[in-house]
Design a protein around this ligand. Sequence first.
Ligand code: ADP
Length: 494
Amino acid sequence: MNRSTFTRSGEWVIISSIKTNLKRYAKSLRLRLFLILLLVGIVPINLLKFGILQNYEKQTVSQRAAMIRNQCQMIASQLSESGYIHGNTSELVETELVQLGSLYNGRVVIVNSNFRIIKDTYGIDENKVIVAEEVLQCFQGTDSDNYNRSEEFLEVTVPLRDDVTKEMIGVMIISVPTIDIREGRTALGSTVFTLQIAMILAVLAVAFYAARLLVKPFGKVTASLEDVNGSFLDEDISMPDYTETELLSEAYNRMRRRMKLQEDSRQEFVSNVSHELKTPLTSMKVLADSLVAQGEMGEVPNELYKEFMTDIAEEIDRENTIITDLLSLVKMDKRSSDVNIKETNINDLVELILKRLRPIAARQNVELVLESFKPIVAEVDETKLTLALSNLVENGIKYNKENGWVHVSLNVDNTFFYVKVEDSGMGIHEEAQEHIFERFYRVDKSHSREIGGTGLGLAITRSAILMHHGAVRVYSKEGEGTTFTVRIPLKYVP
Ligand code: ADP
């Protein structure tokens, strides 16, 4: 690789790691919390700013209108007294009107009861008739302040009444520019803006740190899980910061314990398998070695050869049986997708099992009897169920006594069918009963070995029955006999 491709690939690695980090951050709880906190902080700040400015403008306008109205009120009585409104001239009134206009830098208009403008301090509309809505409304007794924000002026209409009769004699309209209000609002706006920026920065900082703080316990969870990596099956973790992290650690600890149990049982199984497979090999090795040793010392008699070879063949058979049983067990332990469920006539299935085992029973002088009360059809995996039931009947024969018997009976109700395998054999003592379904467990190792047992038969039976969501139980009394009862649902539920 030359230098430039190396640099480019280095850059590429950096870019892709930045991309991954960004993606991770975009999906993170921390970012979400940060945004929520930011929103919760910033929205009220903006609303507050808007409210302050609006309120300022409203207050200033209404104060201004009230002041104007006050001053108008003072002039109004002079307008009536002097008869100015009826067409008389009055220097004093004229001056006051001009003063009022110049005080607010605005325009003062006096309208008489004929809607004619008798005075306009701007001198534009004098003697014209005015039919503006606010004038009409004012004559009807409703005076108004009209604030035009876009054109920046405030118009106040004040009714003029006769001092004596209190009759409406005219309307006074004062329009004043409100540029100063806008300027005041802008000035206040910039002060508030500075404050707003400061508050937003504070909210940003608080949101950033709060989000970091809130998600910290989750980081701790990850760290603890990574920490226990080496011997994770032996260590419980504890994270009590939040209820959520506490629940998470409890769930993790439960899973860890389950895995530990599985791991222990797997290790035990592996060591049992190795031991069981080694035993026949060791015997064969001893037999073969002694044959070789004898051969080195001289001729080995034919009978001895035959005897040793028969023993070796037996050990090979035994190895074979163990391997076959192991394979059956592994198959049973596999997922339920391997189950081949079909509607099966259980009576026929059990009859066939007995037919196959009859020669073995006959060899041991054991009587095999089938009692079946009703025809049974159920959804089962034929091969697996045959294996399960064969093991029970075969055990009944194997662990029996001379001239003993094995009774197999079938029964059914609406949901289940039942198989009972009873024998007149040696029985199983109480402490052993809870272990007989364990893999490689044998009550009497040497006896079981003698009669060709591997200790896997009942484990296979139990796996097959559990696969059908059924149950198997044992009842036994030492020296009197054993009964296995099996219950399996008629309909298979995956
Ligand atoms: P094995 O291949 O040794 O028979 P199983 O798993 O079938 O293994 O049985 C486990 C042990 O339970 C047997 O070794 C035997 O000691 C005992 N057992 C099983 N069935 C019977 C029975 N019907 N009567 C007496 N003992 C039994």
